[in-house]
Design a protein around this ligand. Structure first.
Ligand SMILES: Cc1cc2nc3c(=O)[nH]c(=O)nc-3n(C[C@H](O)[C@H](O)[C@H](O)COP(=O)(O)OP(=O)(O)OC[C@H]3O[C@@H](n4cnc5c(N)ncnc54)[C@H](O)[C@@H]3O)c2cc1C
Ligand SMILES: C=Cc1c2[nH]c(c1C)Cc1[nH]c(c(CCC(=O)O)c1C)Cc1[nH]c(c(C)c1CCC(=O)O)Cc1[nH]c(c(C)c1C=C)C2
Length: 547
């Protein structure tokens, strides 16, 4: 959250709504920083983690198998990653951390070309050359060499779509509709024509405004790079320095950890990403000043004297079908670690002004379709990688956004902490299996009026089978023999539309003013970015403001 928050009074009561990773880490950080403060964390499910959802099940041979029904990896270079990993190490969970190195197969990403062939996203000179000979690179070379000659944008124009920025700067919409549309589908499940340039490609947006061109901005940054690198060699970023200071950490150790983590493009956890919310829940339960309620908060209001925030909640005992009962609790501060559309529901009766603004943030739904084949690897050797993405330029009646090759990722995982004893990681297990996840829908489910049309389970799985046949050449027999898992992640990602930064800034200002700094906002909608490290760094920063 961008706005100012104020220090909590002694023995204050804090309510945290949402036990996803953002609510859990906020509770953990604040609970440790302020042992006098009594914190109540509300989450309707007994399973913590929200969208992070590693499902332990069994295959058709009754062997245990873990299926990721949400994210599975996160960035190595990020302030939030340092905080997550240092906390995991402190909780003695370091042996669970897995890393993907830059030279491993799992760091290769592919894009589908117009003929449905997989082409690697360039990460070296040979792959760049190969990419330049594919129709997917249309307009890229000529666009890059002429970009600096193009007229800069009128500064009166505050924001535009990513597609509009790319088209203006590179002289063709092909770059946006090919490479960039694929990459951004793989993060936002949305179209480059809808996404805000200011929010999503901030570096390009500000470079053009500061230097007159993206190329000039890159050259200037490259010129200053070695000087800056020298100056910042041993400097921790602002939020990591804050983390180090408030928790009295050894600066040298945090610096060494940050440098080591930055070597890895991706990190994961043995047993699935849910190990991470599970570890935080375990740690929170041990804090004497924190209580966990498996309850659904139904409304938020101010007390009559306006000195407290009142949460109304429905007891579910972690089971939605069990009989429910309404209760209320009063707090000095409420942290809302839930999506903007859910916040809107909590204040719908009491704050129509903020509700109206929150309702302007629409959401996208993604369907996750997992395939598991215990005894055959169907991913072609030449396509071994993180997975592939489908750009807007591809005829895509199946509405598949991309496919993640989980088995390649798992096989590439290396323990982060080197041990001398023989490893019991997945590497020692069978190599001849397939695990993959197709992500379907996102903006492709939305009609011109923004209404979502989500096909049923049978149709969605059929579409994914058809896409895999087309893209990987998998036989129908293999696909039919596999085990399929279907998850609808309803309204899981906010739509970061044009003007998003201004809209969220105005919502945050209203929240601070209307509730006299007694409410703060976290989660994907109000953090720097949508990734796990972003929401965790945001949780730490806000917890320290209340400290
Ligand atoms: C399909 C998909 C793939 C992703 N892949 C990646 C990835 O590869 N890497 C990465 O870094 N990030 C990824 N992300 C983003 C990542 O999942 C989010 O950054 C993170 O999970 C957000 O956590 P959160 O706590 O803010 O919200 P959530 O996970 O949404 O948690 C919110 C919690 O609040 C609870 N809640 C909701 N309403 C109420 C209420 N009224 N009362 C009480 N509790 C309530 C919910 O039940 C939930 O448990 C992905 C997201 C999705 C959807
Ligand atoms: C195809 C759909 C999606 C895939 N992942 C997501 C969607 C909607 C969601 C997602 N993926 C990432 C993030 C976090 C972003 C961040 O800021 O950390 C989210 C919310 C990570 C990510 N995944 C891909 C990229 C390029 C990134 C950014 C950081 C990184 O390089 O790790 C690529 C990618 N995502 C998906 C596929 C199939 C794919 C590439 C092959 C699935």
């Amino acid at each position: 959250m961008l706005s100012q928050l104020i220090k909590l009074p002694t023995n204050a009561k804090v309510g945290v709504v949402g036990g996803g990773i953002s609510g859990l880490t906020f509770t953990y950080f604040l609970g440790k920083l302020r042992p006098d403060v009594e914190i109540t964390l509300f989450n309707p499910e007994s399973r913590p983690g929200g969208w992070i959802n590693s499902w332990d099940t069994h295959d058709k041979n009754n062997q245990p198998v873990m299926i990721e029904r949400g994210p599975r990896t996160f960035r190595g270079v990020s302030d939030g990653t340092v905080m997550i990993m240092d906390s995991m190490l402190e909780m003695n969970k370091g042996d669970l951390i897995r890393s993907i190195s830059k030279d491993s197969n799992a760091d290769k990403k592919f894009i589908v070309d117009p003929k449905n062939k997989l082409v690697q996203v360039p990460n070296s000179f040979p792959t760049l050359m190969k990419f330049f000979f594919n129709p997917l690179s249309k307009g890229l070379f000529s666009g890059m060499i002429t970009e600096w000659t193009r007229k800069p944008i009128d500064p009166q124009i505050k924001d535009e779509s990513v597609l509009s920025l790319l088209t203006r700067r590179y002289g063709s919409s092909a770059i946006g509709r090919n490479l960039f549309s694929a990459l951004y589908r793989g993060i936002y499940a949305d179209d480059v024509g809808n996404l805000s340039a200011q929010k999503v490609v901030g570096k390009l947006y500000y470079d053009e405004r500061k230097y007159g061109s993206i190329t000039k901005g890159s050259i200037s940054r490259w010129r200053n790079k070695s000087k800056k690198e020298d100056e910042n060699k041993d400097k921790l970023s602002e939020s990591v320095a804050l983390y180090t200071r408030v928790f009295n950490k050894d600066e040298n150790k945090i610096r060494a950890l940050s440098k080591r983590l930055a070597q890895f493009p991706m990190l994961g956890l043995k047993g699935g990403l849910s190990q991470f919310p599970n570890a935080f829940k375990e740690a929170i339960v041990k804090l004497p000043n924190v209580s966990l309620l498996t309850d659904n908060v139904t409304s938020m209001n101010q007390s009559v004297k306006k000195d407290k925030m009142v949460l109304e909640y429905m007891t579910t005992n972690g089971n939605k079908s069990s009989s429910s009962k309404n209760s209320i609790k009063e707090f000095d501060h409420v942290r809302l670690a839930i999506a903007p559309n859910k916040i809107s529901k909590l204040i719908s009766r009491t704050n129509p002004k903020i509700k109206e603004k929150l309702d302007m943030i629409n959401t996208n739904t993604v369907t996750l379709v997992n395939l598991f084949i215990p005894d055959k690897d169907i991913i072609p050797q030449k396509n071994n990688g993180f997975g592939y993405l489908i750009p807007e330029s591809n005829n895509n009646p199946e509405k598949v956004l991309g496919v993640i090759f989980d088995s390649v990722i798992e096989k590439s995982f290396k323990p982060f902490i080197e041990t001398k004893s023989p490893t019991t990681t997945l590497q020692s297990q069978a190599q001849n299996y397939t695990k993959l996840t197709a992500m379907v829908g996102g903006s492709l489910y939305n009609d011109a009026n923004g209404k979502q049309h989500i096909p049923n389970e049978e149709q969605t799985i059929e579409n994914v089978k058809s896409a895999l046949q087309k893209h990987l050449g998998t036989s129908r027999e293999d696909l039919d023999a596999g085990q399929w898992v279907y998850t609808v992640a309803k309204d899981c990602l906010p739509q970061f539309k044009i003007g998003y930064n201004d809209l969220t800034k105005s919502i945050e200002e209203d929240v601070i003013n209307d509730y006299s700094s007694k409410v703060s906002l976290g989660g994907m909608g109000f953090s720097k970015g949508p990734g796990i490290p972003d929401v965790v760094a945001d949780a730490l920063i806000d917890a320290t403001k209340l400290q």
